[in-house]
Ligand binder design. Structure first.
Ligand SMILES: *[C@@H]1O[C@H](CO)[C@@H](O)[C@H](O)[C@H]1NC(C)=O
Ligand SMILES: *[C@@H]1O[C@H](CO)[C@@H](O)[C@H](O)[C@H]1NC(C)=O
Ligand SMILES: *[C@@H]1O[C@H](CO)[C@@H](O)[C@H](O)[C@H]1NC(C)=O
Ligand SMILES: *[C@@H]1O[C@H](CO)[C@@H](O)[C@H](O)[C@H]1NC(C)=O
Ligand SMILES: *[C@@H]1O[C@H](CO)[C@@H](O)[C@H](O)[C@H]1NC(C)=O
Length: 947
């Protein structure tokens, strides 16, 4: 897919080019493996290939002697160090030990122990010989690895480099609640990523599916996405449509999609099939072994797990697999076999479960399977043939679509979403509407005053005692409903004169995953009491408190701001223009109204029908009147509104007045009621009281330090390995070079010299694998230097053998050319003086003399001796001379009387024309300019593309 963009955006992009992101990652973070999609300038949307040239990477870290290994490096060593190889960290993020996914993991003989830490309000993992880590830290390590190999991938010398990729969109399962999402964001922060957004896995897949598909105007297409991942099954029902957009005066049809429903089974996934096989194999081994339970031996179990994955794969294509494992445990080999039929019988429960979310999703969306136009299978777990059969029991004869690498669509969709969010890229327009499945509510109550109840300046009509006798003030409302859009803001408003305690909670819902705590976050809002007291002093009523919440595109609920306002009506004398009642005015106002609508549409961005907006406005106005009624909970809820719309409305109110004033009419003075608004921004304090909570700043600091220390350890190991590898490869390259170039080396060295070199290389090799094996970095570096010195000088002599005559010849030619030019200038360039030419001649001779001397010295040397001069020294000798000549060539002709600009230019041109005429000279001259120009042109062509 290529980038293509409108010209108008080009300029803007060029300006921000240096500061804006060069690339955006879409990281599909699976519990078992992950993929990175990438958007960068001048390249197609692609999957990043890791250091092992693979498109997916194991979500795993292996700790060994203070440093870490990732991906395939970790995976290939995990059977040796199962207790030091944590994986599946995404299952532990933001959860406690009783969460179904965590208990499920615990039941699967997962080798690394984990538990809940009350201090951290989260899980922690105990890595053998490496200590305790939070899932956030482990996830940060994996994300950091993703960033590292993306950096290597984007710095590969191709058109666009991005050595520090930072911007990313991460995928999350549909069932991730706030705690889990926040924990993943914390991990990303620890990894130094700038997360533009989270996106549901299936939504990302739906986006990728819809990227270059535009349903004809007026039509709809309903697609079901079925995603059997490593540890869960997720189904989304998505409706594709299109809308018309005016672009550069033309109507353009743009694709859009809306997620209608989501359903899942959080513990039914591909690894479940592995577990069935692992259990079978373990039981079989126990029968043969008869000495205990192999399930208690982590190393053997890890080997069985690796074996089980292979067995599952083979059984996808074959009916039977023989199993043989050498020395599985207790020096015993293991021999067994498994048929596909046996496997399918053992896993029947999983097959049954795998289709349930389809039924649930259809129900939630209120559609029947017949209404589904297409079924798309994504995710890696789909390779088991029986799964597809199980689906067919629900989907009937509907074709199950599975595109090549369908499990990459989530990473690619996520990257595209990131590019859409980022201002640095222009992408094709695709409208996306995702929904939340978890209804969110607020509970409001009066905040207990910290100073023991009494507060200064309180004067109310009602006695305080009376108030205390009343039932405590409280309100509740649902702010974000299930199936409600994500990426919206809502404001609730009520009349109140005390500080407010806000609890944000998940409302009861059949969709909320079992084991989810309903507490999300709490806030103390202060400043209301003092403000209310001030207003009482002014003789005004109780304040209206407005609290704005956001449900971000990442699915995270947050209180954005809170303020209190009191309206005061004052009488002021104003000058007013009185106009003749005239039809023109009405027309004018109508015109205005049209304009306003355009403004508000721009503002809301969401392009909602104007009618709906008007309706809501009416509702709100009605509400305004009722705000005094404290019991109006239901209305408060209704009053919930989108901030952007509110702003748009303000615009609407102001405009007509201005216009009317412009009329030419007489002015009179009248008393008018005006509204004055007293406003107070309230203080918000966020806190958590539930068992699971986001990272505190203390824990954050701890984690950052821990990760920095580990990174330092990794660097030491990395540098050591690099020094060792450099020495090793030098040994081989010297030996090879000497063997392969025996004949040509004979021209610059003696056979003794060559033998000496090879034996030095061999000695170094022996040292490398023997005494030197565990050496420090410095030892490798100095060994390399010892070996390099004699080799380099011999190889250099050989290279000079061909380079030298070329350099000498070229220099001589240049000198000749300059000499000829000087002679020519005698007649053609009278502005160059005799002295100047003499100086050039003189310098030419000096260079010639230097050259002769050097050649003579070289001629006296033996072939094995170091060179008398390097060929690279030759060119600079004539360079300064050439610059002098160039300067002279530009010397202007002596001024003629009637000189005007055109002529002056011509003179200069002449001079240049008469220049050395040497191509190389031209190159070196134009270099500065050329370099400036080339990248600019490149930039432009790259900017000109749209995804
Ligand atoms: C829990 O976490 C705290 C804070 O990081 C740590 O100091 C403590 O050792 C942990 N407790 C246990 C029992 O692991
Ligand atoms: C674009 O669409 C509008 C309304 O849908 C229509 O009035 C107009 O004629 C269309 N313009 C073109 C160029 O098709
Ligand atoms: C891209 O951004 C626009 C404007 O914010 C939004 O309307 C659209 O839904 C977004 N699409 C995607 C695929 O993120
Ligand atoms: C919020 O208010 C409650 C009740 O007064 C108090 O216990 C709690 O410490 C406050 N929290 C914060 C973060 O101020
Ligand atoms: C420059 O010289 C040309 C040719 O002699 C003449 O046509 C032109 O008018 C002159 N321009 C000025 C600005 O004197």
């Amino acid at each position: 897919m290529a980038f293509k963009a409108a010209l108008s955006a080009l300029l803007l992009l060029c300006i921000t080019y240096s500061v804006a992101a060069n690339s955006i990652m879409g990281i599909d973070m699976g519990s078992q493996t992950f993929k990175v999609g990438l958007v960068r300038r001048g390249a197609p949307l692609e999957i990043v290939v890791n250091m092992h040239s693979k498109r997916k990477t194991e979500t795993m870290v292996l700790f060994d002697q203070g440093s870490r290994f990732f991906g395939a490096d970790a995976s290939s060593l995990q059977t040796r160090k199962p207790l030091a190889t944590p994986s599946m960290m995404s299952l532990l993020l933001g959860r406690d030990s009783s969460h179904p996914s965590v208990t499920d993991l615990a039941s699967k003989s997962y080798p690394v122990p984990f538990s809940f830490n009350e201090t951290r309000n989260g899980m922690e993992v105990e890595v053998q010989k490496a200590g305790l880590y939070t899932p956030e830290e482990l996830m940060a390590m994996v994300l950091g690895h993703a960033r590292d190999f993306t950096s290597a991938f984007t710095s590969d010398g191709k058109a666009t480099r991005d050595p520090l990729p930072k911007d990313a969109v991460l995928t999350v399962p549909s069932f991730y609640t706030q705690n889990e999402r926040v924990a993943l964001l914390t991990a990303a922060e620890l990894a130094g990523l700038n997360v533009l957004s989270l996106i549901d896995e299936n939504t990302a897949a739906a986006l990728h599916y819809g990227m270059d598909r535009v349903v004809p105007a007026g039509e709809k297409e309903t697609v079901m996405f079925y995603n059997l991942g490593a540890t869960s099954t997720q189904v989304s029902i998505v409706e594709y449509s299109s809308y018309t957009l005016k672009e550069a005066g033309k109507n353009k049809t743009v694709g859009a999609f809306e997620v209608k429903s989501k359903a899942w089974d959080a513990t039914c996934g591909g690894t479940g099939f592995d577990d069935v096989i692992v259990n079978y194999l373990a039981d079989e081994f126990n029968k043969q072994w008869k000495k205990g339970d192999v399930k208690e031996v982590p190393r053997a179990m890890t080997k069985l797990r690796v074996q089980a994955q292979k067995v599952k794969e083979v059984l996808s294509a074959n009916n039977k697999i023989p199993i043989y494992m050498e020395g599985l445990h207790d020096d015993r080999d293991f021999k067994s076999s498994l048929t596909r039929e046996e496997f399918e019988k053992m896993a029947s429960d999983l097959f049954d479960r795998s289709s349930v979310p389809i039924t649930k999703a259809l129900e939630a969306a209120g559609v029947k399977i017949e209404d589904i136009d297409a079924i798309e299978l994504v995710g890696g777990g789909m390779r088991v043939p029986k799964v597809q059969k199980a689906l067919e029991t629900v989907t009937g004869d509907k074709e199950l679509g599975m595109h090549i690498n369908s499990d990459e669509s989530m990473a690619l969709g996520a990257a595209f979403h990131g590019a859409n969010i980022s201002t640095a890229f222009r992408v094709r327009k695709v409208g996306m509407t995702d929904v939340t499945m978890f209804p969110v509510g607020v509970r409001l109550s009066s905040l207990e005053s910290e100073s023991g109840g009494g507060w200064f300046g309180k004067k109310k009509d009602k006695k305080k005692d009376d108030k205390e006798d009343e039932e405590a003030w409280s309100k509740q409302a649902t702010i974000f409903k299930e199936f409600g859009k994500m990426g919206v803001k809502k404001t609730i408003a009520f009349t109140h004169d005390e500080n407010v305690a806000v609890e944000v909670v998940y409302e009861e819902s059949e969709y909320l995953p079992t084991g989810t705590s309903t507490d999300i976050v709490k806030y103390n809002i202060t400043g209301v009491e003092k403000f209310a007291a001030d207003m009482v002093k002014k003789g005004l009523g109780a304040p209206k408190v407005s609290i704005q919440f956001e449900l971000s595109g990442s699915g995270i609920v947050k209180l954005l701001k809170a303020e209190a306002t009191v309206e005061e009506t004052v009488e002021v004398e104003v000058e007013e223009e009185v106009e003749d009642p005239d039809a023109v005015d009405e027309e004018e106002e109508e015109e205005e109204a049209v304009e306003e609508e355009e403004v508000s549409e721009e503002k809301t961005k969401e392009e909602e029908p104007a009618a709906e907006e008007g309706e809501e406005k009416k509702e709100n106005d009605a509400e305004e009147a009722k705000t005094d009624d404290a019991e109006e909970t239901a209305e408060d809820e209704e009053k919930v509104e989108e901030e952007s719309k509110e702003e748009a409305k303000k615009e609407t109110k102001k405009k007509p007045k201005k216009k009317i004033k412009k009329k030419k009419t007489k002015t009179i003075k009248v008393m008018k009621e005006q509204k004055k608004v007293h406003k107070e921004v309230l203080e918000i304090k966020e806190y958590y009281t539930s068992k699971i909570a986001p990272y505190s700043s203390t824990i954050m600091k701890e984690s950052v330090e821990k990760l920095l220390e580990l990174a330092a350890q990794d660097k030491i190991r990395h540098d050591l390995e690099e020094a060792k590898n450099a020495l090793e490869s030098k040994v081989y390259s010297i030996k090879n070079y000497v063997t392969e170039n025996e004949d040509s080396l004979d021209a610059v060295s003696t056979s003794e010299q060559r033998e000496e070199l090879v034996s030095l290389a061999s000695a170094t090799e022996d040292w490398l694998y023997d005494d030197g094996y565990d050496s420090e970095k410095e030892a490798f570096i100095s060994k390399l230097a010892e070996l390099e010195a004699p080799a380099e000088s011999m190889f250099f002599r050989l290279a000079e053998l061909t380079k030298r005559p070329v350099a000498v010849q070229k220099c001589k030619e240049r000198l000749e050319k300059m000499r000829a030019l000087m002679t020519k200038w005698e007649t053609t360039m009278e502005q160059v003086t005799e002295e100047e030419r003499a100086d050039v001649f003189d310098k030419i001779e000096k260079v010639e003399k230097w050259l002769e001397e050097k050649l003579e010295a070289q001629g006296k040397l033996e072939k094995w001796e170091d060179v008398a001069f390097k060929s690279s020294e030759v060119a600079p000798m004539s360079k300064s001379l050439e610059m002098l000549v160039t300067r002279l060539s530009k010397k202007p002709k002596p001024k003629v009387e009637k000189k005007n600009e055109t002529e002056a230019e011509e003179v200069e041109g002449e001079g240049e024309e008469d220049n050395l005429d040497d191509k190389e000279e031209g190159e070196s001259e134009g270099e500065g300019e050329g370099q400036d120009e080339a990248p600019a042109a490149e930039e432009e062509s790259e900017e000109g593309d749209e995804l």
